[in-house]
Design a protein around this ligand. Sequence first.
Ligand code: NDP
Ligand code: 13P
Length: 319
Amino acid sequence: MSISVLGAGAFGTALAVSLAQNGPVTLWARDPAQAAQMAEARMNARRLPGVRLPDTVTVTADLDAAMADVVLLAIPMQQTAAFLAQNTGRLAGKALVACSKGIDLATGQGPTALIATTCPGAIPAVLTGPSFAADIARGLPTALTLACADAAAGTALQHALSTPTLRLYRTTDTTGAELGGALKNVIAIAAGVVIGAGLGDSARAALMTRGFAEMTRLATAFGAHPDTLMGLSGFGDLVLTCTSAQSRNFRFGQALGAAGSFDAEATIEGVATARAATALAARHGIDMPVTQMVAALVAGAITVENAVQALLSRPLKQE
Ligand SMILES: NC(=O)C1=CN([C@@H]2O[C@H](COP(=O)(O)OP(=O)(O)OC[C@H]3O[C@@H](n4cnc5c(N)ncnc54)[C@H](OP(=O)(O)O)[C@@H]3O)[C@@H](O)[C@H]2O)C=CC1
Ligand SMILES: O=C(CO)COP(=O)(O)O
């Protein structure tokens, strides 16, 4: 099976580097100048500095040249719907593996639903779980979830995309896998706020636990299996992202909590996801207090102090 990665950001580049252990991989960057620079320097200096691109990685800005049997989509979630719509013909019939973590703001859909509605005949799948691009690219041991509703196709993808350092587990529960990966970013922002505001590790643990409860509530309401949330794509990624300063969502929250500034160019998926999840929760009558607070905080509609006060003064309830 030929493999390509669309999107030469930190994660797309890291995946291409890891997959190159198995054979040739094509990495597509939308900017021809960036593609040429990467091909020449054998490095993605802007997004993944210090990591050499193996000879088996071909970098191109030609999207037709980047078509393969298996196409990994490593572009930010809010750009995905438009990208798919612009490339429906090219992507038809491919196995399309979404590597982004989020919920489309305009439709409330995750990546597999977007693929299914936009690219008929494609096989939608998701690759998600606890993994920093830098760790994958350095060949550190990493385990991820490969979700595909078609069990046979999922098994084939699991084998094609596992490498000596990247171990994939499979599931048919695409809803659980993609909602776990999307919602943990929102809780990671909240965890960052707690640490940035100096509220302590005990508060962070409480927030992660209650955050996990609301992640599970929303995902199961949409048909996800609770076990999926307990796995790498949910609990595993929640732990990583809420506790590591490598996480952009966590660091963004830290800056919010400390009233500091943050790189406006950085990909912080949890910001749009907080809004999208809050809207979904309201529409379906699901209680998601932490997510709602994050949405209000990032919109500047509430202060950190008032958000904490509002969460602590909710009616006492059974766990
Ligand atoms: N970084 C990580 O450790 C991990 C990231 N992810 C997920 O991967 C996804 C991508 O994140 P990441 O790689 O880190 O982000 P980056 O900010 O590093 O890179 C984003 C990439 O997407 C490209 N891009 C943006 N818009 C478009 C578009 N409309 N069409 C084509 N390409 C586009 C950018 O191109 P350009 O440079 O030209 O702007 C850039 O190459 C996110 O959903 C993230 O949650 C998942 C696991 C780990
Ligand atoms: O998803 C990730 C780790 O699994 C990356 O997290 P950030 O996008 O917060 O950096």
